[in-house]
Design a protein around this ligand. Structure first.
Ligand SMILES: [Zn+2]
Length: 135
């Protein structure tokens, strides 16, 4: 809820909110400000309002860092899991490729033997027919 600076209308919900850290005061205190962007539905003026002001303490910073650490750990864990899954998928594929390669080699060997056999047959047939041709 914020009052329009132009016409005084109370606007309930901000269009968006964000937070920023202000410059340190003379005492060295820092504040985290939560700001909201409002749009007056009566006069259509857009205005920003400070919705919250929170002193930044060491405790707060430590908590924030802990939160970030936790997030990083989770990201790392899910990345590791993803890598593990990809690796097992890869080894499955490699195994399959190996299987097909072996099958291909066996097929090629068999064909080679068949060709040799056929070649021998052709030779013996030629010999036979050649014998007839001489007649
Ligand atoms: Zn207004």
């Amino acid at each position: 809820m914020a009052g329009c600076p132009r016409c005084g209308t109370e606007v309930a919900d901000p269009l968006k909110t964000w937070s920023m850290v202000g410059k340190p005061s003379r005492k060295g205190e820092r504040f985290k400000l939560t700001l909201g962007l409002f749009n007056c539905f009566k006069c259509e003026k857009r205005f920003r309002v400070v919705l919250g002001k929170e002193k930044i303490t060491i405790k707060g910073m430590i908590e924030e860092i802990r939160g970030i650490e936790k997030g990083l750990t989770q990201t790392l864990r899910s990345l590791r899991e993803k890598i593990r899954n990809l690796e097992s998928e890869k080894s499955d594929l490699v195994r399959e490729i190996e299987k097909f390669r072996k099958l291909g080699e066996e097929r090629a060997d068999a064909l080679e033997k068949e060709i040799v056999t056929l070649g021998k047959e052709v030779k013996s047939m030629k010999k036979l027919l050649g014998g007839f041709e001489e007649l």
